[in-house]
Design a protein around this ligand. Structure first.
Ligand code: ATP
Length: 256
């Protein structure tokens, strides 16, 4: 039996404090006749300790929303608050510090350093933050994603699913308050995708971390706690406690 879905009005207040908030965010690329309004006055909050999937047709603004929310891109207008800090006008140095301490990232293309071993890749965020990563900690994180026997392997010696697990271990090692994931299962087969989704679920359920994940895949979205749907740079719908069928139905409605 499917879980009962609730459909909250777009402007209804969140019941949980938000880990990430966008207030009236607009992002315009280009100028004058070539201007594209990738985000158009978006108000959205991502509740702390929960997992939100962001969906919508190609070009609807999903990646732009993720990049603006994570301070990877500046907004044209509006405000962005991450982990209680207004980052709208933060300096590049402040944004870098925030990304290294409070935020984690997982991308479809893994973005591992090919010349480094799995454990060196996982240790990298700690090194960048000026810490000397204890080997024990790094190995424990790799073991937690099922790669205890692959610590010395380089990305080219690992399958796609294993590489994405290294990328997740790398994102986990700093215990980020918020993890931003852009199509984390997009390049994976069904079984590896399920494993990755289980790991993300663990970060939310066990460690209380917050995940914001862009995906095209209803199965990935159904692993989240809620879905925010974008259309033409605006939030057009939301779904709590998604199931694959409910997500697919809702997508079909917005892609008509
Ligand atoms: N750097 C850029 N310069 C100009 N236009 C851009 C740039 N990045 C994105 N856009 C435009 O902004 C809009 C939103 O793009 P975005 O990548 O956020 O969409 P998306 O929903 O993530 O798409 P997809 O599912 O295809 O990845 C699109 O019309 C896109 O062409």
């Amino acid at each position: 039996m499917e879980t009962q879905a609730t459909h909250r009005p777009l402007n209804a207040p969140e019941t949980t404090p938000s880990a990430v908030e966008l207030h009236g965010v607009t992002r315009v690329y280009g100028t004058r006749t070539a201007a594209v309004r990738a985000l158009d006055n978006v108000d959205v909050g991502f509740p702390a300790g929960s997992w939100t999937a962001v969906m919508g047709p190609s070009g609807s603004g999903k990646s732009t929303l993720l990049h603006c929310a994570a301070g990877l891109e500046r907004v044209s207008s509006g405000r962005v608050v991450v982990a209680g800090q207004d980052i709208t006008d933060a300096s590049d140095a402040e944004l870098t510090r925030l990304r290294r301490t409070v935020l984690g990232f997982v991308f479809q293309s893994f973005n591992l350093i090919g010349s480094l071993t799995a454990e060196q890749n996982v240790a990298m965020p700690l090194r960048l933050a000026g810490q000397r990563p204890p080997r024990k900690v790094v190995r424990e994180v790799l073991a937690s994603v099922g790669l205890a026997d692959r610590v010395r392997h380089r990305p080219g010696e690992l399958s796609g699913g294993q590489q994405q697990r290294v990328a997740i271990a790398r994102a986990m090692v700093t215990r980020p308050a918020v993890l931003f994931a852009d199509e984390p299962t997009g390049a994976l087969d069904t079984k590896s995708a399920r494993t990755v989704l289980r790991m993300l679920r663990g970060m939310v359920d066990t460690s209380g971390q917050t995940i914001v994940m862009v995906t095209h895949d209803p199965a990935a979205a159904a692993a989240a706690d809620r879905v925010v749907f974008l259309g033409d740079g605006r939030v057009v719908d939301r779904l709590d406690r998604p199931t694959v069928r409910l997500v697919a139905d809702r997508l079909a409605r917005w892609e008509e």
